[in-house]
Design a protein around this ligand. Structure first.
Ligand code: ATP
Ligand code: MG
Length: 481
């Protein structure tokens, strides 16, 4: 079959073919780019497989592209990368692979195109399109990848038990592609993951985290976590999340299944993501990603805080606090970043009950100010998470919550306009307090500072310098009596 798609007519692809012809090399565009061509997904990464030396073709192509092209050669791997106008061209020699039991790094030898296609992870990722002039645009699809694209199936080209045992990372990739593309796992492929799940132990945490982040950025991230659970991988890679599963019933009273509730909240946050915009110095994708992690972890402390109270039934006191304390440990183990991104997730988990408690109580200005103060610039994200957290089968309850939630938001806007609490800096600092009363650094300075902060947040005095100085003077005088 010859592919009939305008993208295959891109000048750069013709140029690669011409250079290959000149060098007498067979070459094909292969893998993700071909798959995404048929799925009409955008992709800037083009993988080119060459029967022979990928490096020599890359060098010839870079030369033809001229000044705008940058080439990086990786001799040990026999690969080369050419960057040109936002595109990444990856050149690799066709290869055959054989695996040892204890490592996902194969023994690699030069091979034919067919052997190269055999080592690919899924049928939809094994398709190649010829770039040589004599059969330009011809599709080589030995495993009916096109059929699987139509059927929306993720399936290994060869025996799935061997494919997954050889390189267990492919189990994560299978679930990630299913989630990203909205596909199903083929039955045999699914069963083989379940059988080979323990092999995930030889994969580095960093590679797993990469796949998890891609799952998290998909349209419905819950699908990935459900597949991880159903295949049995979940407790192996993320036991704290697996621990959220199940419902305990006592005296006829149960509680929400926290795992499925969490996944609903995660999908809700994913649906609400378009409401987020990028902030200075941070990419939008980052904000979207870490808010989703916050959603996934918002109730992670529930199993450890669960208790039975004969009157109240099941309680989860302080689960937000316990959960927040778990966040750094979970991030460290999953090899997620331990920087301000972790700190953001920790804060979201810690504060996630606060807006809803406001809704349940009478909304005082003071409580709203305190929340604005603690959440700072992350207040909008927190409110979005909180909105997403409203899940109940009782529609009236959900409606009432959403209504009250709007009231709280309205109040926040009003108070923020008036008092500018969000980026609140105390109008009088510790040095000034020490100078005012000729004090050495001591606990009294801290006490006075805290008192001013509380007075402002409680609305006793306005968020202004003069008022703050007067208030401190009065406090000082009282203390002297
Ligand atoms: P994306 O870049 O969107 O993640 P992709 O399919 O391009 O998707 P890459 O990781 O860039 O994925 O890999 C490029 C190609 O290399 C894949 O399409 C697949 O053919 C092959 N491949 C990548 N990783 C593996 C693996 N672990 N086992 C077998 N084949 C793989
Ligand atoms: Mg790719």
């Amino acid at each position: 079959m010859t592919v009939n798609n305008p993208k295959i007519e891109a000048p750069v692809l013709h140029l690669i073919g011409e250079e290959a012809d000149r060098l007498g090399l067979e070459c094909y565009v292969i893998g993700g780019w071909v798959r995404d061509l048929f799925l009409h997904r955008p992709s800037d990464d083009i993988d080119v497989v060459v029967v022979g030396s990928g490096i020599s073709l890359a060098e010839a192509v870079a030369k033809r592209l001229g000044k705008g092209a940058h080439i990086a050669v990786f001799k040990t791997y026999g690969t080369a990368q050419v960057k040109h106008k936002g595109m990444e061209l990856e050149f690799v020699g066709a290869r055959r692979e054989s695996y040892r039991r204890d490592s996902r790094n194969p023994i690699v030898e030069d091979g034919t195109l067919e052997e190269d296609q055999n080592r690919r992870d899924f049928t939809i990722n094994a398709m190649a399109i010829c770039l040589n002039k004599h059969s330009y645009g011809e599709l080589l699809d030995p495993f009916d990848g096109i059929g699987d694209l139509e059927r929306c199936i993720i399936k290994t080209p060869l025996d799935p038990d061997i494919t997954f045992s050889d390189d267990p990372l492919r189990m994560m990739r299978a679930i990630r592609f299913a989630t990203q593309l909205g596909f199903n796992l083929d039955g045999e492929t699914f069963d083989a993951i379940a059988r080979n799940k323990e092999r995930i132990g030889i994969i580095t945490k960093e590679r797993i985290a990469e796949e998890l982040n891609k799952i998290m950025l998909s349209r419905r991230p819950s699908e990935g976590w459900i597949l991880l659970d159903k295949t049995g991988l979940l407790p192996l890679i993320f036991p704290e999340l697996a621990a959220l599963k199940g419902v305990e019933v006592k005296e006829g009273r149960g509680h929400k299944d926290v795992f499925y509730h969490t996944l609903k909240v995660l999908d809700n946050v994913a649906n609400l993501s378009p409401a987020l915009s990028s902030r200075e110095g941070d990419k939008l994708e980052n904000r979207v990603l870490w808010l989703r992690w916050a959603a996934l972890l918002h109730d992670i402390g529930k199993p450890r805080s669960k208790a039975w109270d004969p009157q109240a039934g099941w309680t989860f006191r302080n689960h937000n606090y316990i959960g927040a304390k778990m966040v750094p440990k979970i991030f460290a183990r999953l090899k997620l970043p331990l920087n301000e991104k972790m700190e953001y997730v920790r804060k979201m988990v810690d504060l996630h009950m606060r807006p809803i408690n406001l809704i349940e109580d009478t909304v005082t200005d003071s409580a709203v100010r305190r929340l604005l103060f603690e959440a700072g610039d992350d207040i909008d994200d927190l409110m979005l998470l909180c909105d997403a957290d409203i899940t109940s089968r009782n529609e009236q309850k959900v409606e009432r919550y959403h209504r009250n939630y709007q009231l709280v938001r309205q109040k926040m806007v009003e108070l923020e306009e008036r008092d500018r609490i969000r980026n609140f800096q105390p109008p009088v600092n510790g040095d000034e307090i020490m100078a005012m009363f000729h004090l050495e650094p001591c606990s009294l300075v801290g006490e006075l500072k805290a008192a001013v902060k509380d007075a402002i947040l409680d609305g006793v005095i306005p968020n202004e310098r003069d008022a703050a100085i007067q208030y401190i003077n009065e406090l000082w005088q009282k203390k002297q009596k």
